[in-house]
Design a protein around this ligand. Structure first.
Ligand SMILES: [Cu+2]
Length: 135
């Protein structure tokens, strides 16, 4: 084998190696950036998702993975008699709190719907249910 051919083969192998490294770093970059730029998420709720509570809740609170942008954040509570009046305001630890403005909540299934956005401005929505059973 001539020196020239050997050099060509060596160059080809180097190129493949470089391509592999570039691919590896691109994949790594995508993984790292998708973690860093993750949408905000609801991390905790009170009452809890799927809970059965014995007393009418005085408030509904949702904690998020980032500070919720109050300009686009929403929180609603709907029960057997329709929408329950809430006074919604931001609270500690990146949470949003909805103070219940009624004291006549009937037993039944309640749905909490929320909308919020974090640092990247992407609006996220979610809903969950809990049950009120006083007897
Ligand atoms: Cu996002």
């Amino acid at each position: 084998m001539s020196l020239r051919i050997r050099r060509t083969i060596a160059k080809g192998i180097d190129w493949m190696r470089t391509a592999r490294h570039v691919t590896f770093f691109l994949v790594l970059l995508v993984i790292v950036s998708s973690v860093a730029l993750a949408h905000m998420q609801a991390t905790k709720m009170d009452p809890e998702d799927g809970a059965t509570v014995k007393e009418a809740p005085k408030w509904v609170q949702i904690w998020y993975s980032q500070e919720p942008d109050s300009a686009v954040s929403k929180l609603t509570l709907t029960g057997p008699d329709g929408e329950v009046k809430l006074f919604v305001h931001p609270s500690d630890d990146n949470s949003l709190m909805g103070m219940v403005q009624q004291d006549n909540l009937r037993d039944g299934e309640y749905t909490v719907e929320w909308q919020a956005a974090g640092d990247d401005g992407h609006i996220q929505k979610g809903e969950y249910k809990f049950t009120l059973k006083t007897d």
